[in-house]
Design a protein around this ligand. Structure first.
Ligand code: SPV
Ligand code: MN
Length: 659
């Protein structure tokens, strides 16, 4: 069990400011008149004490209070250019930011939860005890902003007034981080006190890049204090490590859902998107996928796009529906392989004037960005500047390996409102959108079909618990796949069993009716010909097929298509898919392809159940329900094998279901 406000509050202990009077006299000394006047509009005790202690600890030369006014927003942008954290590009309002070549992604080896001595964390996470973290922060963050300006921003992770919104402070010496926060989060300066009062907690984030040199990276750290909802980040710049409003505060939100809102709220690594159905109907989906598995592309394949990374969900008692908000209002998306074919709306925002964009770690030639998969070979320049400095075609690293034109984790930061199918109105609605379909996807070459629906909430939770993604050479496990529970496991602070219990409680909630309880589905668009007895090479199907799988789920959620009941859940009938392929993407869909995609490969499926069960058996306090689901599915699959052999095709599945 996680206990809030337990143990010393590291920031207060180092800063030493304990009363509002002390805070006020520090502001009088350290802020100029204009910034003092802005700060005087904030009255929330914890916010003021946090800012005062951050100033006392970091010791900046100047403090900028970000009021969210157009002038302040413009000031932050200009300051990022002045400090050379960003450079202008040819397109108006586009800038480029580079992180150090050695820090192009989350530094998971230097990322720790701060815990009290008796607290457990997820087996997948690193932890540091409070006393040790205190010493580290004290040693490295004291005076870290000397000679620099501290920027203080007031944000909300969600629309003002929404039940699952939490206000958050961002305190940083990086104008790039604050600029990114302005694109990705709602600045709620004018409502901060009111929201902090309503919600009862605030998230606090303190970051400094320090001198921003490669030699400081070994001592870079991301610390997340679970008890005090405070993050500390130092000597790094990549937004995943520094803009802790994102994954740092997401982790706190997961904790709050798991330990304080059981059966009421969830905090997920999910997109939110609406699919059009017959007539004017729009049905909302929330879907999980591991980092780098096409979550942004799937989200934008919807007709009404709300979010691509995070979802805060709750059950609305009034109408008994599942509701979701996006804590963000923009995307920090992977750019690799984004092009006019796969992502037309995003490309429009990136290649046509009218949107603000921060590019990071791509190739810049003549003020124009290029990246892996952007364009035909003949459009790619043969030199430029990228994440490792000067680049030219054919450049190799010290081991002789080719250096890609852009880093595989190079990203773009873009406001949601620049994406054509984004709905500002619905995204800003504090009532959230009503979600009827939950999806879980991974990257699975050989086992799960393209789409299937759980028979009940327990089996739905098991789908999320059992996500896998193909591993790279260094990550290959016993079965060649990596487990990715709920695609959220990198961000689950506590033991997975605790999180799983909250999932069972939420999806089985008696508040849902048969009408409003969401359907829960698995998605997999990574099946290969080789794995399914095909003759060709590569993937079975195409990227654009995803709109058909989502449309079938849309119909299923409204009870408009029947399905084949199998041990893993409900599968679509061929006739329905054939019709939808034609209707949605004007494509012929042969029965032979359907048979390859939807046959059950019993040995693979049972192997997968064994892999999951073995892993969960090694953890303590995992709910027994998951093992019951795995056992039931295993027995039913083996019974099918007894009758039909190791590969059971859909016609046989129909026969078995009717017998
Ligand atoms: C992810 O890696 O899942 C992201 C980007 O969305 S980061 O901010 O690095 O988490
Ligand atoms: Mn993510």
């Amino acid at each position: 069990m996680l206990e809030l406000r337990k143990g010393i509050d590291i920031l207060t202990e180092i800063g030493g400011v304990k009363t509002l009077d002390e805070a006020q006299s520090l502001f009088d000394q350290r802020l100029d008149e204009a910034n003092r006047a802005k700060l005087s509009r904030i009255t929330h005790d914890e916010a003021l004490l946090t800012i005062a202690n951050a100033i006392a600890m970091c010791n900046p030369d100047r403090v900028f209070i970000h009021s969210g006014s157009p002038e302040d927003v413009a000031w932050v942008r200009a300051f990022a250019l002045e400090r050379k954290e960003e450079d202008r590009l040819k397109m108006p309002d586009h800038t480029i930011h580079f992180d150090l070549p050695q820090e192009q992604a989350r530094i998971i080896d230097r990322t720790f939860y701060i815990v009290n001595p008796d607290e457990e964390v997820s087996v997948l996470a690193l932890k540091i005890e409070r006393d040790e973290a205190f010493e580290y922060v004290k040693e490295h963050m004291t005076n870290i902003m000397e000679g620099m300006t501290m920027l203080v921003g007031f944000y909300a992770r969600g629309p003002v007034g929404a039940p699952a919104t939490v206000p958050a402070l961002e305190i940083t010496s990086s104008a790039y981080v604050m600029h990114s926060a302005d694109i990705l989060y709602r600045n709620i300066f004018a409502y901060f006190d009111q929201e902090a009062e309503r919600v009862g907690v605030i998230f606090k984030n303190v970051h400094s890049q320090g001198p921003n040199r490669p030699e400081d990276l070994p001592k870079a750290r991301v610390f997340m204090d679970r008890s005090w909802l405070t993050t500390f980040s130092m000597f790094c710049t990549y937004a995943g490590n520094t803009l802790l409003l994102k994954k740092g505060n997401h982790r706190f939100a997961v904790d709050l859902a798991t330990y304080y809102k059981v059966g009421k709220e969830l905090s997920e690594h999910m997109f939110i998107t609406g699919m059009k159905g017959p007539g004017d109907r729009v049905t909302f989906f929330a879907g999980a996928a591991p980092s780098g598995c096409g979550k942004t592309t799937t989200a934008m394949a919807g007709n009404v796009f709300i979010g691509d990374d995070l979802a805060q969900m709750w059950i609305e008692e009034k109408d008994r529906t599942l509701r979701a908000i996006n804590p963000e209002k923009g995307i920090f998306g992977i750019i690799k392989d984004v092009n006019w074919d796969s992502d037309p709306y995003l490309m429009t925002a990136l290649r046509e004037p009218g949107s603000e964009v921060i590019w990071s770690n791509v190739l810049i030639h003549d003020g124009v960005p290029y990246w892996e998969g952007c364009c035909p070979e003949d459009e790619i320049p043969d030199r430029g500047i990228n994440f490792q400095g000067e680049w030219w075609k054919g450049k190799t690293d010290e081991n002789g390996n080719p250096i890609p034109m852009s880093h595989p984790n190079a990203r773009v930061t873009v406001p949601g409102k620049s994406i054509k199918n984004y709905s500002v109105e619905l995204a800003e609605d504090p009532a959230g959108v009503p979600v009827k379909v939950i999806t879980y996807s991974g990257r699975d070459a050989d086992t799960m079909p393209p789409v299937w629906v759980a028979r009940d909430p327990d089996e739905g939770v098991a789908i999320g618990a059992s996500i896998v993604s193909a591993a790279t050479a260094t990550e290959i496990g016993a079965k060649g796949v990596r487990r990715q529970p709920w695609a959220n496991s990198p961000f689950i602070p506590g033991p997975l069993g605790d999180y799983m219990r909250a999932q069972f409680a939420f999806f089985n909630s008696p508040i849902f009716t048969d009408e409003t309880r969401p359907i829960m589905a698995g998605l997999n668009y990574f099946l290969t010909h080789e794995a399914r007895g095909g003759s060709g090479k590569g993937l079975l199907g195409e990227k654009r097929d995803v709109r058909v799988w989502l449309s079938w789920l849309e119909r299923r959620a409204h009870g408009e298509v029947d399905a084949i009941e199998t041990p893993i859940g409900f599968l679509p009938y061929y006739e329905d898919l054939k019709r939808l392929f034609k209707e949605i993407i004007d494509k012929d869909y042969p029965k032979s392809l359907y048979d390859m995609q939807f046959s059950l490969y019993i040995d693979n499926l049972v192997g997968r159940l064994d892999l999951q069960e073995e892993a969960y058996r090694q953890e303590e306090s995992v709910p027994e329900t998951i093992f019951e689901v795995y056992q039931r599915q295993r027995q039913e699959l083996l019974a099918l094998k007894e009758t039909y052999g190791p590969i059971v095709n859909p016609d046989q599945l129909i026969e078995a279901a009717n017998s």
